[in-house]
Design a protein. Structure first.
Length: 451
């Protein structure tokens, strides 16, 4: 191998071991010399290995600056090429150009372009470009991942997250935190307004689609379950409702299976333990509710009234009665309201659609020991004389205190659907507990039992 050494003002040239004239070098300052004359023809020497050592003296700064300017021009051409191709909105073509120009090797020079995309709300292009140039660590989940989710444009998010474990955890944690809010829609809406995200898919901003997305991301990236406490809780709540339906609606669970699966679903979640007691009581199984209250050592302040009464008077158990015929209605009027001084009333009705009116479906009348569910749809207006008797014995009876929570809408619906009752709420002993509660909130020193 021939070794040659050259010296000059920043331009390397060489001499071969044999005495040869110095080849003419293209000089940007002297175009007249830039000819092909003096360029070596192909011979045996050009294929031999050559080791060129470039030694620069202190006056080489001019050459380095020129070299730097040329490099910057190359970068500008690369940026221009990317700008042009990114407007085509064709990801495969963009990838091809990025590979051909080897743009990813200098990804940082595209950072400002991506930030500009974000400012212009071009979140999909910003996400895809960040992946192409490997700049994931330079952006937060709020920059474009969360806006894309709010717009229900999930394409490209998976590719971004696949190469960024940090963002996997941060995004899933952020989404899970919204499940713990009283309103998932309101929690996500705050991001919409803070980030000024356009084209929102509002119909997707609720718990069910969010739970599906979190579940998919956790499964795809094999994330630990402890980063999604709210998702875990929602799953357990759903499992509890499923078990209650199987137990009390389908009657398809034996005692042992029921107990085992409930314990597995509830676990150590104290809030779910309290909810179990309330739900079982709602289905009318007071004894079972009391058993679970003792099993989980639920504080008595969270026990439903019927459960507390059964604890105090184990020989008297409350029962639920369905009133759906003329015969059962008459029986209720004959004995259901005897020796009663207070009842709780709650109504359920079908939602209206368009110009249709709301229809009262159920009326629940609870005494201290029993709950009577009046099926308004089944009974209807076939027995107006019985409705008149109920109005006389209960709704127009000042000696029976009638309790409700948010009573106004219930009373309006009752008067609209059952005019035979013919009562005036302000005169015959109605008490809206919601109104009472709002008054008591103004007096924090008032201490209620079982608080």
């Amino acid at each position: 191998m021939n070794t040659h050494r050259g010296r000059g003002r920043g331009r390397g040239f060489y001499r071969s071991s044999r005495s040869q004239p110095t080849p003419n070098v293209r000089n940007p300052r002297n175009p007249e010399n830039n000819t092909n004359r003096g360029i070596s023809q192909h011979d045996n020497n050009c294929c031999n290995g050559t080791n060129i050592i470039l030694e620069l003296d202190p006056n080489s700064a001019i050459f380095l600056n020129e070299l730097k300017n040329m490099w910057n021009m190359c970068k500008l051409k690369t940026i221009d090429a990317f700008k042009i191709i990114s407007t085509q909105n064709t990801l495969n073509l963009t990838k091809l150009v990025v590979d051909v120009y080897e743009m990813a090797e200098d990804g940082e020079i595209f950072l400002d372009i991506i930030k500009c995309m974000i400012e212009k709300k071009r979140y999909k292009e910003a996400c895809q470009s960040t992946v192409l140039f490997g700049l994931q660590d330079r952006f937060a989940v709020e920059d474009f991942l969360l806006p894309l989710i709010l717009q229900d444009k999930l394409y490209g998010i998976d590719d971004f997250l696949t190469t960024s474990p940090r963002h996997q955890v941060e995004l899933v944690t952020l989404l899970d935190s919204t499940l713990g809010k009283p309103s998932v829609r309101d929690a996500l809406a705050s991001y919409v307004f803070n980030l000024d995200v356009p084209d929102i898919k509002w119909d997707k901003l609720h718990a069910k689609p969010l739970k599906k997305l979190i579940t998919r991301l956790v499964k795809m990236f094999k994330l630990p379950s402890d980063i999604t406490p709210n998702l875990n809780k929602k799953r357990n709540e759903g499992a509890l409702q499923f078990l209650l339906h199987k137990r009390y609606i389908e009657n398809s669970f034996g005692d042992e299976s029921w107990k085992e699966m409930v314990q597995e679903a509830i676990g150590d979640d104290e809030e779910l333990q309290r909810e179990l007691v309330v739900q079982v009581c709602t289905y009318g199984d007071i004894a079972e509710a009391l058993r679970w209250a003792h099993f989980y050592n639920v504080d008595k302040q969270y026990w439903p009234y019927n459960v507390r009464m059964l604890e105090e008077n184990p020989d008297e158990e409350s029962t639920i009665h369905l009133i759906d015929s003329e015969e059962s209605f008459e029986s209720f009027l004959d004995s259901g309201l005897q020796d009663v001084d207070v009842v709780g009333i709650d109504c359920e009705w079908k939602p209206n659609f368009g110009s249709q009116k709301n229809e009262l479906a159920l009326m629940q009348i609870a005494t201290r020991k029993n709950v009577f569910i009046l099926d308004i749809i089944s009974i209807g207006t076939k027995v107006p004389h019985l409705w008149q008797e109920l109005g006389k014995f209960l709704f127009n009876n000042c000696d029976i205190l009638k309790l409700g929570f948010g009573f106004t809408s219930d009373i309006l619906m009752i008067k609209q659907s059952l005019p035979e009752l013919n009562f005036t709420p302000k005169q015959v002993g109605f008490l809206d507990l919601l109104s009472l509660w709002k008054i008591l909130e103004k007096y924090p020193k008032v201490v209620l039992p079982f608080e």
